[in-house]
Unconditional design. Structure first.
Length: 346
């Protein structure tokens, strides 16, 4: 089969590799849509501590079952499915406490290789985090299962009132998925701050009350002005940059909550004003990855029809044009791209 490999940072190569075969409990999925993700762009640019290169690449996908391994009863060849790329062990300390996003297995047994014609999905993921794709969902929408699961997990880490003023920092796909989820929860006052014209335009179209162009405007001053000098009730940081984590804390009101969603490069540190933390009683939380429960909810939300989510997919490209897709991602005037290995009828 054809697969796009990350050979070294900044270099993708389309190669002919052996088509995977399913072991016991496993399935092989024929990829119908794979989506790009901010994490992929980070790994593309600077490599990843957990990936030895060259590596299969890409983790958001949907498709149809091409082969099932011994003992698989839940799926059959030809079934259309959607899946995430990890699942917990189900019995460790963290799993027992409902924090299965922190399970060792969640991280160590992730499956990569969505930018390929086929992907082999391990048994523990098939059992827990793979679902039949409803016919009314497109493959591209179905592939949003993973990023939406991350966002829904994050949204569980704070409380919300419909009259809260929420600030989302970062207008990429994750920031705008937060916007869509908050809108479904009835939150009306949502400010989105970003740096790219395309993304800010999308934020406005998807229901942001106000957008701030952080490249030319002063977000702190504008957020204070929009909230009568108080600061936002909830600030959701979606850029993964330490300096933005620090400014996020400046823009929350007394008694407010800051959600530090974007993971920063390892080893980086931030400085927090202890007075703000204590005397202003600010809550900081930094949700990571997703639980099994969040994946299930993500499935339900997509199946119910979060139809606006399809607008996060800027365009689609065939697999062989992946290098071009990554150079577009670097420019940032886009959100997510769908990579389609087979043209229809293939
Ligand atoms: Zn992702
Ligand atoms: Zn576990």
């Amino acid at each position: 089969m054809l697969a796009s490999l990350l050979v070294r940072p900044g270099c993708l190569e389309l190669r002919e590799v052996e088509t995977p075969r399913p072991g016991p409990g496993e399935v092989v999925v024929k990829i119908r849509a794979a989506l790009t993700c901010g994490t992929d762009l980070k790994a593309f640019l600077r490599g990843h501590p957990k990936m030895s290169l060259p590596t299969l690449f890409g983790h958001e996908f949907s498709g149809e079952i091409a082969r099932v391994g011994q003992g698989v009863t839940a799926f059959r060849e030809g079934d259309e499915v959607m899946s995430v790329h990890s699942a917990p062990c189900g019995h460790c300390y963290f799993c027992a406490r409902g924090q299965d996003n922190l399970c060792q297995m969640t991280m160590s047994a992730k499956v990569m290789g969505a930018y390929a014609e086929y992907i082999r999905v391990p048994a523990h993921i098939v059992e827990q985090n793979m679902f039949p794709k409803p016919a009314h969902l497109s493959f591209q929408e179905a592939a949003l299962l993973e990023p939406l699961a991350c966002v829904l997990h994050g949204c569980e880490q704070f409380t919300l009132r419909p009259d809260d003023a929420v600030l989302i920092i970062g207008a990429g796909a994750i920031g705008l998925l937060h916007l869509l989820v908050l809108r479904t929860l009835g939150v009306e006052n949502i400010i989105v701050s970003g740096r790219r014209a395309y993304r800010l335009r999308m934020a406005r179209e998807l229901g942001a009350t106000r957008v701030i162009d952080a490249a030319s405007e002063d977000p702190v001053a504008l957020v204070m002005e929009a909230t009568r000098g108080r600061g936002a009730d909830v600030v959701i940081e979606c850029t993964g940059r330490p300096e933005v984590w620090e400014s996020a804390i400046q823009m929350v009101r007394r008694g407010g909550q800051v959600v530090l969603f974007g993971g920063c490069p390892s080893g980086t540190k931030i400085t927090v004003d202890t007075g703000r933390l204590h005397y202003d009683q600010i809550t900081l939380t930094s949700p990571f990855h997703y639980t099994r429960a969040a994946v299930r909810r993500s499935y339900e939300v997509l199946a119910d029809g979060l139809t606006t989510a399809r607008r996060l997919i800027t365009a689609e490209y065939p697999l062989e044009r992946l290098p071009e897709v990554f150079s577009l991602l670097r420019q940032g005037e886009c959100l997510k791209y769908a990579v389609i290995p087979f043209q229809s009828g293939e």
